[in-house]
Design a protein around this ligand. Structure first.
Ligand code: ZN
Length: 503
């Protein structure tokens, strides 16, 4: 099956063919580490982690780079405000960010280069642009001359004249030749910390943000690579400028495909718009605070439930809806564990292995349908990584396996072949879900708030309650249930034991 992806550069879906057959180089603009990350900063990594998982499944060898901007004006300002060392602040926030991503299942990033470690390459690149006449020095600053770059604006589809009329007051400041010219190098200011003052042919200073990405991407992925990603808000000026800097130096295409994801919209309608309230909401939306309250799988499920180019609505309501959706799968897997006696999370049999055991029209039809679902899932992903449609197929599969359990009355009667088939259906569902980073662990073993013990402790309390009830100490049993309920944990007694789930 061929894959088609929407390329911002051509504004259409194109056949996906990497520069070197079988190999994919992928670059995603990473965070500027000056404040704790919020959920919006995890959207790109979750989307591109799923894209990488899928490309690897398709047989590509993928090298994925996410940069860390640790040299930038905002970090200097924030460190000053907090009275801390600027590099210490950057490292600390980087660590928190990487931890948060790992918990969200984003573990496939191959390299996270830091801007501060590539300054030499940036200086060389800027020198090359000056030599070729694309950049000029004003005092200790160096600017890129957009009027020299004939196809400037091709990514964001803007014409140079439009940019001119769009600039504030139409003024050309600081000796710039054109209003659209942007800084490649910024002269250091006296009051700034020494840690961000780098020696250069133009005096002490630091690189502009755009040049950081151009240089690190080329260094780690080559002059021309395959996929460059980022949020839609980065198309202009950041990505437009990356293309200008890179292609003006090399005369070669920078990235073949440009993929841009939708932005996160926070529903803040219900709160007043005072600064204090908004600040509180932003703290709630911080990645570490969200991960302290919700399973990581839920956040990932919510983000992948939209197509990556669509905006993501993030609110208590959409979180609740995602929780209900995800619950459909968790309940099915629990149900299977009860009827089959083995966790589908651990099942390794593939649908092909159970084909021989299929007997009778119900089983044959079920198997056909599951194979059809698999094809539909892959078609959705081949069509511009449509995770929303792919998740829709997973819901169809969950419904199908549930119906099969009912048709074969598996919950009340033993039927080895049907049990293997139902389990095979669920295994296929889990296998496909894992291409999106879902269903990696049973929900009761997923930790919320970093507490790995939760699952084990709840099981222990369930055992204590069962012992109390057995010895007719019902008050103790009821107390355990009540206290767990207060913690948001519901117990459900069944003939074959007690289940628990979060409310
Ligand atoms: Zn970038």
């Amino acid at each position: 099956m061929t894959m088609r992806v929407y390329n911002t550069l051509s504004r259409e879906k194109e056949m996906f063919e990497p520069v070197v057959p079988g190999k994919v180089g992928m670059y995603l603009c990473g965070p500027t580490v000056y404040k704790p990350a919020h959920i919006g900063h995890a959207v790109g990594p979750i989307i591109f982690d799923s894209i990488k998982r899928y490309l690897v499944y398709k047989g590509y060898s993928v090298h994925w780079v996410v940069n860390v901007t640790d040299v930038e004006d905002k970090i200097i300002v924030e460190a000053e405000k907090r009275g801390v060392d600027v590099m210490e602040l950057a490292r600390d926030l980087e660590r928190q960010y990487v931890d948060g991503l790992a918990r969200l299942g984003v573990r496939s990033i191959d390299a996270m280069p830091r801007a501060s470690e590539h300054i030499g390459g940036m200086i060389e690149h800027i020198q090359g642009l000056i030599e070729r006449g694309y950049a000029y020095v004003v005092g200790g600053d160096v600017y890129f001359d957009v009027s020299k770059d004939k196809d400037y604006g091709k990514l964001s589809n803007r014409k140079q004249e439009e940019q001119l009329s769009g600039t504030r007051d139409g003024l050309v400041d600081k000796g710039k030749r054109n209003p659209g010219d942007f800084a490649l190098w910024k002269a250091a200011k006296a009051e700034e910390p020494d840690a961000v003052k780098y020696e250069s042919p133009w005096g002490k200073g630091r690189p502009g943000w755009h040049i950081e990405c151009s240089v690190m991407a080329a260094k780690l992925l080559g002059v021309t690579f395959d996929i460059h990603g980022g949020g839609m808000d980065l198309i202009f000026p950041h990505h437009e400028n990356e293309i200008a800097q890179s292609e003006s130096l090399t005369d070669k295409p920078f990235s073949k495909f440009w993929l841009h994801h939708g932005l996160t919209r926070f529903n803040t309608k219900k709160i007043s718009k005072s600064d204090a309230d908004m600040a509180r909401v932003m703290v709630d939306l911080q990645l570490n605070n969200l991960l302290a309250k919700h399973p990581a799988e839920l956040l990932r499920f919510l983000i992948l439930s939209s197509h990556y180019r669509a905006p993501i609505d993030f609110s208590p309501e959409t979180l609740e809806a995602a929780g209900k959706g995800l619950g459909t799968f968790h309940r099915l897997f629990e149900r299977l564990e009860r009827v089959i006696g083995a966790s589908p999370y651990k099942a390794e049999k593939r649908i092909e292995q159970v084909r021989d055991q299929a007997n009778g029209p119900v089983a044959a039809a079920f198997l056909d349908e599951v194979l059809g679902d698999q094809v539909r899932f892959l078609e959705a992903m081949d069509d511009d990584f449509n995770t929303a449609a792919a998740i829709g197929v997973l819901f169809d599969m969950a419904g199908r396996v549930n119906r099969f359990i009912e048709q074969t009355r598996l919950e009340t009667k033993r039927d080895e072949a049907a049990a293997v088939l139902a389990s095979g259906g669920a295994t296929t569902l889990i296998f496909l879900g894992r291409l999106l980073g879902l269903f990696e662990q049973a929900p009761e073993t997923q930790s919320v708030g970093g507490d790995e013990l939760t699952g084990e402790l709840v099981k222990l309390l369930i055992d204590v309650r069962a012992m109390a009830r057995k010895s007719k100490q019902f008050e103790i049993g009821d107390e355990v249930r009540k206290r767990l309920d207060g913690l948001g944990i519901l117990l459900e007694d069944r003939a074959d034991g007690t289940l628990w789930r979060r409310k």
